[in-house]
Design a protein around this ligand. Structure first.
Ligand code: HEC
Length: 240
């Protein structure tokens, strides 16, 4: 019996035999959870996503285990969402001694929300839909304007698929493009229009840069990571 199986055995013992038979009913935990808040906390303020990969939350942290892989076997073995939620809540309040994971990053209802979102999303094929699909909303700032031959358009730092500006302006001529990436996801910056150009795809902490000689006209700036432009990671660049 591996550690994973021991964990399942413990979860079932805690819930009791009767509860095990109706595990899907939630093992006596009747609190309702807000999955949208849980997803927002996971990818944002609670910082879980900076250490953990969870595909549906678009996070790619590698300090801790990949949570899709961590709960794949549990889900395949039929462990219900409420049991997985219980395991995650235990991990949030009691990481093992000396763990890189700080204890109590979220507490109370917030811990219930985060744990419920993981229980829902981990190892679940496909993408989030409905309110969950738009749970992580970008903060759009003022238009970006080229200064001293440099145009800086940062990626949204929260993990939303967006830049922090939807509009940009630059004079014709040689411009250096810069996209600082503080989000937990990989991005790049590219332009298409009268002239094209693209910087390298960079991870968290990197900056995607390239230089282009711009002709007057209207351009689209966008991220070339598959799916990102379609999800809204783009804007208009006007060159005069
Ligand atoms: C600083 C990095 C870091 C942060 C932030 C972090 N974790 Fe972890 N997490 C870890 C590490 C490392 C482990 C491996 C086990 C251990 O050390 O306890 C882990 C283990 C886990 C596990 C168990 C996975 C398994 O294989 O069973 C879960 C679930 C988990 N974390 C959830 C969370 C949640 C939820 C948050 C946010 C509230 C979070 N983590 C924040 C580093 C982190």
């Amino acid at each position: 019996m591996g550690p994973r199986n021991n964990r399942i055995a413990t979860a079932l013992a805690v819930c009791g035999l009767v509860a095990a038979a109706i595990a899907a009913a939630g093992c006596g935990r009747a609190q309702t959870a807000d999955l949208v808040k849980g997803k927002q906390l996971f990818a944002g303020k609670a910082t879980c996503g900076s250490c953990h990969t969870l595909a549906r939350a678009n996070t790619q942290g590698t300090v801790g285990p990949n949570l899709d892989l961590a709960f794949q076997a549990d889900k395949r073995d039929g462990l219900g969402q409420s049991s997985i939620r219980g395991l995650v809540e235990d991990q949030i309040s009691h990481p093992r001694r000396g763990s890189a994971m700080p204890a109590g990053l979220v507490t109370g209802q917030s811990a219930v929300d985060v744990a419920s979102y993981i229980a829902y999303a981990a190892a679940r094929p496909g993408k989030d839909t409905g309110a969950l699909a738009t749970a992580i909303q970008p903060k759009i700032g003022p238009p970006a304007a080229a200064k001293g031959g440099v145009l800086t358009i940062p990626a949204d730092p929260t993990g939303a698929l967006s830049f922090t500006a939807k509009k940009a302006t630059a004079p014709a001529g040689t411009i250096k493009f810069e996209m600082p990436n503080k989000s937990p996801i990989q991005h790049n910056l590219a332009i298409k229009g009268p002239v094209t150009g693209a910087g390298p795809i960079v991870g968290s902490g990197g900056t995607s840069t390239f230089t282009a000689t711009l002709k007057p006209g209207t351009y689209i700036f966008y991220c070339q990571v598959p799916g990102h432009e379609a999800a809204g990671m783009k804007g208009n660049l006007v060159v005069k």
